[in-house]
Structure formats: structure tokens, C-alpha cells
Unconditional design. Structure first.
Length: 278
């Protein structure tokens, strides 16, 4: 896709969206890699979760999320949502006027590069696992790899409610329940196929005995975006640190409290409550 067009897009923002606040794991990674970039974040917190919705509903919501971001001067859109990433077809994303990235392909490439025994597990929402998007992406890179998936529908709710402490008994038991089928398959690599799940990294790691390589899709996507912007000469040329604007569809107070957990620091930037026009 021709990203530059006829105008200088370098200092336009990177647009990031998710069904809730899980996409902030990608924002954190983007900030670490490219501190001079402006970021506009949209979290559809009023309609979370997307993972239990029908494909038609997910596509409707995704199109509305993208339409919201396109109101701003942006140079790239990132679907920091496993459900949207595995559902939105290329026929839609390829027609956008700016480059589009999701979390599936970057995470699949990382998993294929790091697997030691060719046994990759995938956890995500019901919709993500139903689509088999990660499995298809992995096998397009390495046909010799075996892929094992298990949906984890309760984890988004636990993370959104701040139950991410490594010693949280409810969360530990829930993750263990979801991991057991994958552990029986002796996976050596696990894709955390939802951007909420890296907040449970320590729990996954401990329950897997520190023997399985964990793939953080938000971090993988951020790395892809950095490489893309560098290759297309689209990195911001400002010398000062960039700013992040947060937009959510539900109340902002709880967002700020939970977002600080995802970002690892207090939210610095404006937080707006917005309504989507359906």
C-alpha cells in the first residue's frame, strides 16, 4: 500500500484500537520502541468482549472502530485485538487509505522462529480460536509445525477487572484449567493470542514451569510497525516525546485505574469518553 501519498505523514499519529484496554500492551511496546510517535488509542470498553460475538458483529464493530480513528490524521492503523485481527478480512484492510497491521502475522512469525520442537500452542477468545487465523498463519510460514489451540473466554473479564496479581487464586485456577489440554500436547511455544493475556505473563510462565516460550502479540506487532515505518521513511521527525490520546466508549475513571496496570505507569495524556454513531 502506498503510505505516503502526496503529503508528509511522518508526524501524523499511529492509530491503535481494541475491544477494551488489552491493546494498551501494544501501546506500551510502541512507546518503548518509538517514544517520539504520537498515538491515538480507541478502546470500545462499552461493548467488550468482542470474542463472544458473531463474526458479523465483530466486523461491524471493527469497521466502526476504524472509522472513528480515521477522523484523525493518522499514518497507520493497528488492530491490537486478537478477535478483530483474526476476523477482519484482507479485502477490507487492504482498501484502507493508510497501512494496516494486526497481531496475527507478527506473532506467528515470532513463534515459528522461536519454537524448539515445532509444537506451538495458541490461546485466545472463542472467536479467535474459531477462525483458526493463527494456525493458518503459522502453517503458511512453516508447514512442519503442529498447532494446538484452546479458547480462554474468561480471561478477558478477569484482566479487565484488575485480577492480574501473580498470586490471585481465581485467575491462577482459571489459567491452569485452560492450559491443561495444551500441556498434555507438550507444547514448547505459546502464543498469547489476545492482547489482554500478557498481563498474566507471570502466571502463564509459572504454570508452564518456565519451560515454554511465551509470545506477546502486542510486542510483536509493535516491532512490525517500527520496521514498516522505518522501511517506508514514515518515522516521526519531531525531536520531542510524542503524546498519547485515549478514547473509550464507557466511563473514564475505571479506565484510568486499570490502564495504569497495562502501561506500567500512570496514564499520561487525555482520556475522552466518546460515542460511536452506528
Amino acid at each position: 500500500m502506498d503510505a505516503a501519498g502526496d503529503w508528509n505523514m511522518n508526524n501524523d499519529a499511529i492509530g491503535v484500537f481494541d475491544s477494551g484496554i488489552g491493546g494498551l500492551t501494544a501501546v506500551k511496546a510502541l512507546r518503548a520502541l518509538m517514544p517520539n510517535e504520537n498515538i491515538i488509542y480507541f478502546g470500545d470498553t462499552a461493548r467488550i468482549p468482542y470474542g463472544s460475538r458473531s463474526r458479523e458483529t465483530v466486523l461491524k464493530y471493527a469497521n466502526e472502530d476504524i472509522a472513528f480513528l480515521r477522523k484523525f490524521p493518522i499514518k497507520m492503523i493497528i488492530a491490537a485485538c486478537g478477535t478483530v485481527s483474526s476476523t477482519l478480512p484482507k479485502e477490507i484492510s487492504s482498501k484502507l487509505p493508510v497501512p494496516y497491521a494486526d497481531i496475527v502475522q507478527p506473532a506467528a512469525q515470532q513463534a515459528c522462529a522461536l519454537t524448539s520442537g515445532g509444537r506451538i500452542g495458541v490461546v485466545g477468545t472463542n472467536a479467535t480460536l474459531r477462525s483458526n487465523a493463527f494456525g493458518k498463519a503459522i502453517r503458511s510460514i512453516r508447514a512442519d509445525v503442529r498447532v494446538f489451540g484452546n479458547p480462554c473466554p474468561l480471561l478477558v473479564h478477569l484482566v479487565e477487572n484488575g485480577m492480574v496479581q501473580p498470586d490471585n487464586q481465581i485467575t491462577n485456577l482459571t489459567v491452569q484449567m485452560y492450559l491443561e489440554p495444551l500441556m498434555r500436547e507438550k507444547i514448547d511455544t505459546l502464543i498469547l493470542g489476545c492482547t489482554h493475556y500478557p498481563l498474566l505473563y507471570d502466571i502463564f510462565n509459572r504454570l508452564l514451569g518456565y519451560q515454554v516460550t511465551l509470545i506477546d502479540p502486542g510486542r510483536c506487532a509493535a516491532g512490525y510497525v517500527q520496521r514498516y515505518l522505518m522501511q517506508h521513511d514514515l518515522l516521526a521527525d519531531r525531536q520531542r516525546e510524542g503524546v498519547t490520546e485515549y478514547n473509550v466508549t464507557d466511563e473514564t475513571d475505571s479506565f484510568g485505574k486499570t490502564a495504569s496496570i497495562f502501561l506500567g505507569q500512570e496514564v499520561a495524556g487525555t482520556v475522552n469518553r466518546v460515542e460511536l454513531v452506528e
